[in-house]
Design a protein around this ligand. Structure first.
Ligand SMILES: NC(=O)c1ccc[n+]([C@@H]2O[C@H](COP(=O)([O-])OP(=O)(O)OC[C@H]3O[C@@H](n4cnc5c(N)ncnc54)[C@H](O)[C@@H]3O)[C@@H](O)[C@H]2O)c1
Length: 398
């Protein structure tokens, strides 16, 4: 695809970057000349060094090791960076790289707030560079097949409503080690925008944009964590209930609780005028291959049996775009999509604007709970409503 290898830098050498590195290795096995990881960067030098060592094993050459993003992107020729830092850092590092003339792919949930996400989108626009979001879930065969089954084959008829809810109790007797995710300013929020960013993206992919959002968000349990020898409490919500009304008139109920004692319950069903899709996964990352399409008077059909039919129906162009080299892992596909966008100077499937809009679904839930009102989704996308996000924006001077 590329005439010369794309120089990639990886920023933030923690948990998810380790998964990305495995995907880079798989891509290189299939397309040796597409890219080189020429630099890795982490504030913790030992993490960056360990990553460089791992990459050298399959790449043949070790990337340079950096601890400072600015030095890495300003002094060395890099075409694209893969930003895998915590949520609060995404806009700072993202804008820094774009200002230095480098395309960026940023892990979900994109910016820590809508305003932070807008900063990234604006910087990319000004510099005429690519911003991609490392959103993996919608790219999987079962999510693509669900889209096809619902929107192209009409297998459940006209989509009408969904219930996506899970209530359970998470024991928290012993304090856990503190993590940036538990801090409102660093994480931006809890599961609604962390794992929930996958739900927001896939739901927008299948049903389009919401129009209106009403939600309650609560914390019933106090979860202790140990930070620098002291006990601190988790800021994150443990329960929410959200009603999403989509522009195409689908109404959806999305809810999770980790504070529901006595009996666990889970229902994930998408209903249409002719039948439904019953999912067996969690409330974040579905639909999974074990999901079933059920229509009155017909045998239920597993999504895993529909996937080969969907694959066979793809044109060569569609197959090459969605599953290049036959890759089916969402992270490998998101990375390939980013590099293809750089090589061909085209838009990645989930660019900054798409990512901002998915992020705004999650923020609309926090915002609605904050003001106890149903909100227009567009008012959250635009940044007009930011009651919940204001203190995060102020804290980071956004
Ligand atoms: N797609 C998925 O399914 C998925 C799963 C897990 C995490 N994530 C996302 O990946 C991102 C990172 O999460 P994680 O779990 O890997 O976190 P992590 O804490 O394990 O790793 C973050 C790393 O970034 C480094 N870092 C922080 N600020 C930096 C800076 N300015 N410059 C250089 N290095 C810096 C830290 O030292 C750390 O090594 C988050 O956005 C998270 O939501 C995505």
């Amino acid at each position: 695809m590329a005439t010369k290898p794309i120089n990639i830098g990886i920023i933030g050498c923690g948990h998810i970057a380790g998964r990305h590195v495995r995907s880079y290795e798989q891509i290189m096995q299939r397309e040796n000349d597409l890219f080189r990881v020429t630099a890795v960067c982490d504030k913790a030098e030992e993490s960056a060094r360990a990553f460089a060592g791992q990459i050298a094993q399959w790449q043949g050459e070790a990337p340079m090791v950096h601890t400072d993003v600015h030095k890495m992107v300003v002094h060395y020729p890099i075409d694209g960076v893969d930003i895998c830092t915590p949520h609060y850092d995404h806009h700072t590092t993202g804008v820094q790289c774009l200002d230095a003339g480098v395309n960026v792919m940023i892990e979900k949930p994109f910016g820590v707030t809508v305003k932070a996400s807008q900063l990234i989108v604006e910087a990319a626009k000004t510099k005429k560079l690519i911003t991609a979001c490392a959103e993996n879930v919608r790219r999987g065969p079962s999510q693509r097949a669900a889209y096809w089954a619902i929107n192209q084959k009409g297998m459940i008829g006209q989509p009408r409503l969904f219930f996506c809810q899970h209530a359970m109790f998470q024991k928290y007797d012993e304090p856990h080690e503190w993590h940036w995710r538990t801090d409102k300013f660093m994480g931006g929020g809890g599961w609604i925008m962390d794992s929930g960013s996958h739900f927001a993206d896939t739901t927008r992919y299948i049903f389009g944009d919401p129009q209106r959002v009403y939600a309650t968000v609560r914390q019933y349990e106090q979860w202790p964590h140990i930070r620098d020898g002291k006990t601190v409490y988790d800021d994150r919500e443990d329960t929410w209930m959200a009603i999403l009304t989509f522009a195409n008139r689908v109404d959806g109920f999305w809810s999770f609780s980790a504070a529901a004692k006595g009996q666990e319950s889970k229902t994930i069903i998408y209903y249409g005028s002719e039948g439904c899709l019953v999912d067996e996964g969690d409330v974040y990352q579905g639909p999974v291959p074990a999901a079933k399409i059920i229509r009155p008077g017909q045998e239920p059909r597993l999504l895993s049996d529909i996937i080969p039919e969907f694959m066979a129906a793809l044109t060569a162009e569609e197959r090459g775009r969605m599953f290049p080299h036959g890759f089916e892992d969402g992270m490998t596909l998101e990375i390939y999509d980013f590099m293809r966008a750089i090589a061909t100077d085209t838009k990645p499937e989930i660019d900054g604007w798409e990512a901002l809009k998915s992020k705004a679904v999650c923020e609309a839930i926090y915002e609605s709970a904050h003001c106890s009102e149903a909100l227009r989704y567009d008012d959250v996308v635009s940044g007009f409503i930011e009651g919940y996000q204001r203190e995060i924006n102020e804290y980071w001077k956004i």
